[in-house]
Design a protein around this ligand. Structure first.
Ligand SMILES: Nc1nc2c(ncn2[C@@H]2O[C@H](COP(=O)(O)OP(=O)(O)O[C@H]3O[C@H](CO)[C@@H](O)[C@H](O)[C@@H]3O)[C@@H](O)[C@H]2O)c(=O)[nH]1
Length: 233
């Protein structure tokens, strides 16, 4: 891993984790995040943004807040308000100068975070995005139809919009905090098109984007909760 800064200006990594019915996944993902950041001597926090999950996610999260103090905080909203606005909500409570956005269901594995941080530090990238569609990245657990639709949507979007980002619809990303704040202010999209809008706007504004190949593994525990156009993602 690239050298970190002197302790006086040590970086803090805030992971924003939107949850809806993630009672089974939350303890393990939190354990893995703690292990990953501790092993790399990185200062971190986890901001869980739960939308009133009926499966008891918040009860589990409250236990994790105590068990991992002071690293974990729980922010709640009443009602399922969607992923995009959960990120925006979580950012208000995050104290880090770097923000990591990921899923709670192991589609996004914490083991890729040190690689993202390393790449960001080496090139001073504004954003590092996980990619399923470059290098040895890949998708596991989806049927052929969803794989083809997702890949097709990404190729189509890249051809039309030309941002030069291989995975426009993926959400596993590391952002400089100030960059993410500006992007949230500059993009209206909060639904399905949000990830794409953030990447395209970032390129248009001249922000630098690095890519780390990731293995995206479909959820094992918990219900699928993003529907509608989810196949395109
Ligand atoms: N707080 C909150 N969290 C939510 C909501 N809907 C979903 N989540 C959380 O958002 C994460 C992703 O939900 P999934 O149901 O696993 O999404 P997906 O369809 O597999 O889509 C994912 O992969 C796409 C790329 O293929 C991404 O585009 C998309 O953003 C997401 O990461 C999970 O942590 C889930 O608990 C909501 O309304 N509110």
């Amino acid at each position: 891993m690239a050298p970190s800064k002197p302790s006086a200006e040590k970086d803090v990594y805030s992971v924003i984790l939107p949850t809806y019915n993630e009672r089974q996944n939350l303890p393990i993902i939190t354990w893995l995040l703690n292990k990953t950041f501790s092993e790399h001597n990185l200062d971190w926090e986890l901001v869980i943004v739960d939308d009133g999950s009926p499966d008891g996610t918040q009860d589990v999260a409250k236990q994790l807040v105590k068990a991992y103090a002071p690293h974990v905080q729980l922010q709640t909203r009443t009602g399922k308000l969607g992923l995009g606005t959960a990120y925006v909500h979580g950012l208000q409570f995050a104290r880090g100068n770097y923000i990591i956005i990921m899923d709670a269901d192991f589609s996004h594995h914490p083991k890729f975070i040190p690689r993202m941080i390393d790449l960001q530090r080496k090139h001073d990238y504004d954003i590092v995005t996980g990619t399923r569609y470059a290098g040895d990245g890949g998708v596991y657990g989806w049927d052929l139809r969803r794989k083809l639709t997702s890949k097709g949507a990404n190729i189509f979007a890249d051809t039309v919009l030309r941002p030069g980002v291989s995975d426009l619809t993926g959400s596993f990303r590391l952002y400089k905090r100030g960059v993410l704040e500006k992007l949230f202010a500059q993009t209206d999209a909060r639904g399905f098109t949000m990830q794409m809008a953030l990447a395209v706007t970032a390129k248009a504004k001249g922000y630098s984007i690095g890519e780390v190949p990731i293995s995206f593994v479909d959820r094992v525990y918990g219900d699928i909760v993003v529907d509608g156009l989810r196949d395109l993602a």
